[in-house]
Write a protein that binds this ligand. Structure first.
Ligand code: ATP
Ligand code: MG
Length: 237
């Protein structure tokens, strides 16, 4: 079985693209390929450069980050610590810096702390900063994942089901944040089964089925396509 086969998509920068399709269509596998967690035989270009031969951390350094369908926060650390670990190349990580440039390291740590608190406030989970990440609810973990992703200042975010298991109030909050971030120039590729939610925030929708792109277009057009409805609802939808 080929989870993704002959699948080609273009994502214009500064847009929100929704990736939909039935369970097992290959959406998460597509994310794994794009973000470097799995290897395929195709080509992946990001900002004009090939990234299909790079490991995930290097792809993240190029400005592309992803969240996971099942959140992967570091559960034995606090919410704030989770966020403070996200920025790459921290001075304090280099052992000789800790000894020789203690003042600079502390200054930088303070700056990262302030930035992290700002992000937690943006996602309205700053009141949970001292909780263990493992103690958060499903929806709060999703918010923390997005916060961690944003902490590395990405230009593109891949979100795997950001609304799944999230209550309507939190979902609206996440949508609002996505809108705001898009306004500031960020690009999104979002996997989502909540069709009303994803069509509302997306500029373009790509539909996958059995490892291939079966349709793509503007949200209103996709919502009316009979073949797409059939795939989702099973047979004569
Ligand atoms: N590690 C794996 N080993 C074997 N098969 C896998 C693996 N990961 C995924 N698959 C298979 O690949 C296909 C695509 O899976 P994928 O997780 O990409 O689907 P999806 O579109 O994200 O589905 P969902 O909407 O349920 O999350 C499925 O048939 C799945 O069983
Ligand atoms: Mg999936």
């Amino acid at each position: 079985m080929k989870a993704v086969d002959g699948c080609s998509i273009d994502i214009e920068s500064g847009t929100v693209v929704g990736l939909i399709g039935p369970n097992g269509a290959g959406k998460t596998t597509m994310f794994n390929l794009i973000s470097g967690f799995e290897r395929g035989s195709g080509e992946i270009m990001f900002k004009g450069n090939r990234t299909d031969n790079l490991p995930p951390f290097k792809i993240a350094r190029c400005g592309m980050v992803r969240t996971f369908q099942i959140p992967r926060a570091l559960t034995k650390m606090s919410v704030l610590e989770n966020l403070m670990l996200a920025p790459t190349m921290q001075r304090g990580e280099r052992i000789w810096n800790v000894c020789l440039r203690r003042k600079k390291v502390l200054e930088q740590e303070q700056a990262i702390k302030e930035k992290s608190m700002g992000i937690l406030e943006f996602f309205e989970i700053d009141n949970l900063k001292d909780e263990y990440a493992g103690a958060l609810s499903g929806g709060q973990k999703k918010l923390l994942e997005m916060a961690r992703a944003i902490a590395i200042d990405p230009s593109m975010m891949l979100l795997d089901e950001p609304f799944a298991g999230v209550n309507p109030t939190l979902s609206r909050k996440i949508s609002g944040h996505i809108d705001e971030l898009r306004e500031s120039g960020m690009t999104f590729l979002i996997i989502e089964h909540d069709i009303p939610a994803v069509t509302k925030i997306s500029d373009w929708i790509v539909v996958m089925n059995e490892g291939r792109v079966m349709a793509e277009g503007e949200p209103e057009e996709i919502k009316r396509r009979k073949d797409v409805l059939d795939v989702y609802l099973g047979g004569e939808g």
